[in-house]
Design a protein around this ligand. Structure first.
Ligand code: PLP
Length: 410
């Protein structure tokens, strides 16, 4: 394991920052994460030393930028076990999912085809499919949720009950309850039934080892900002033959070989054909630094750390019957809970008054109320730098936090 004190020293946001006059306890890591100095330095390096465009000049500075992009692609490919040319840069997870929707599904789905999703998905893995269904005449259908999660049995049942499922889109780890699906088994069921699997890795890739080739998913998406990297950058990882088959989404400079006055366009090969316009170059440099940072700590260690904190927090909440936890047996660093008789947003506001950052509501998974049986929850989520002391402060304030009016009149 790594030394948590040393790790915390790598993050400027953990260096004495306060909120509401109290030491900041940041437990909203499923939303976004802090960046270590090495990532901030890499972003700075672009502006201080490497500032140029890529693919667009016959001079060294520009060539150096091409090298930086390629190095980042290779670093990500190593990290996730894909080929470098299977790494497409997007603005984040949401754009990566939209790229599969508009580049693949819009091109290949037809009336009568089905897209299988679940009611626990984040909006970014629901709304693009609704839009594609409207545009193609395909239909969105839902897998059964069993014990608040998507199971292999429920996927098998969905294929039995629905003919023509052509695409299955699921979160590898859910962003509210943190349950992990058996992606490898589900990919195999999808392929046996002639469907593709799109794996939303927003909450898995930052927290555990994820092996694209071994899982055999067809597409995998994630965002850098949830894994110590910059905002505005993320990835679509796709099997190369599928990327080549896909239509382009954004078009413009940098993605084509040539075009003419008849409107004919010859795109470059993947991944370049999806990367129209100037890329977020400083973020690409920061993304590589983030992946290197995680790799150095070890993804197994990061996962273990989340699991330990989860177990520690759950054990401390044991016996407090007024605290309802919805995912006691989860696989992640996410705890979704409510205090009996207290509205989730009031509880989050009260915790804010104590310097503790958590999220409340539906967490962009706006169909999950059916699964949970409540319209809103409070969500605390840890990351590699979260300390046991922070969990102590969080639990202490949950149990003895005082009245919601404290938040307003302190
Ligand atoms: N999918 C899941 C499971 C998420 O948790 C999130 C963000 O919280 C997203 C998709 C969207 O990610 P982004 O906003 O970085 O595009």
């Amino acid at each position: 394991m790594y030394d948590i004190k040393k790790v915390r020293a790598d993050f400027p946001m953990l260096n004495g920052k306060t909120m509401q006059g109290k030491p900041l306890v940041f437990l909203d890591n499923a939303s976004t994460t802090f960046k270590p100095y090495s990532v901030i330095k890499a972003i700075d390096e672009y502006y201080f030393e490497k500032n140029s465009n890529s693919h667009r000049g016959d001079y060294d500075l520009c060539y150096d930028m091409d090298v930086e992009i390629q190095k980042t692609r290779e670093t990500i490919a190593n990290f996730i076990n894909s080929e470098p040319n299977e790494v497409v840069f997007t603005s984040g997870d949401t754009e990566a999912l939209n790229l599969v929707a508009y580049g693949y599904a819009l091109e290949y789905l037809k009336p009568g085809d089905k897209i299988l999703i679940s009611e626990v998905e984040h909006a970014s893995n629901v709304l693009p499919w609704y839009r594609i269904a409207k545009l193609t005449g395909a239909e969105v259908c839902f897998v059964d949720i069993v014990d608040r999660r998507v199971t292999v049995d429920s996927i098998n049942k969905a294929f039995k009950e629905n003919k023509n499922i052509k695409l299955v889109a699921l979160a590898h780890v859910g962003n509210v309850l943190g349950y992990m699906i058996n992606a490898k088994e589900i990919a195999s069921i999808c392929h046996k039934n002639g469907a593709l699997l799109v794996l939303d890795g927003a909450q898995s890739v930052p927290h555990m080892p994820v092996n694209f080739k071994e899982l055999d998913a067809d597409f995998l998406t994630f965002s850098a900002h949830k894994m110590c990297g910059p905002t505005g950058i993320g990835c679509l990882i796709g099997k190369y033959e599928l990327l080549q088959k896909m239509a382009t989404f954004h078009t413009g400079g940098g993605m084509n070989v040539k075009f003419n006055k008849s409107g004919e366009v010859i795109p470059l090969d993947a991944p370049a054909k999806f990367e129209a316009g100037t890329l977020n170059l400083s973020a690409i440099m920061g993304f590589r630094a983030a992946v290197n940072y995680l790799t150095e700590l070890g993804m197994d260690n990061i996962h273990k750390h989340d699991e330990e904190l989860f177990k520690y927090a759950i054990s401390k909440l044991e016996g407090h019957d007024d605290i309802v936890v919805y995912n006691k047996d989860s696989n992640s660093g996410i705890i979704a809970f409510n205090i009996k008789g207290v509205f989730a947003q009031d509880e989050a506001t009260l915790l804010n008054s104590k310097g503790i950052a958590v999220r409340s509501g539906q967490h962009c998974a706006k169909m999950i109320d059916n699964t949970i049986g409540d319209i809103a929850t409070v969500r605390m989520s840890t990351y590699l730098y979260t300390s046991k002391e922070e969990i102590d402060i969080f639990v202490e304030n949950l149990i003895n936090g005082g009245d919601i009016l404290d938040a307003y009149f302190n």
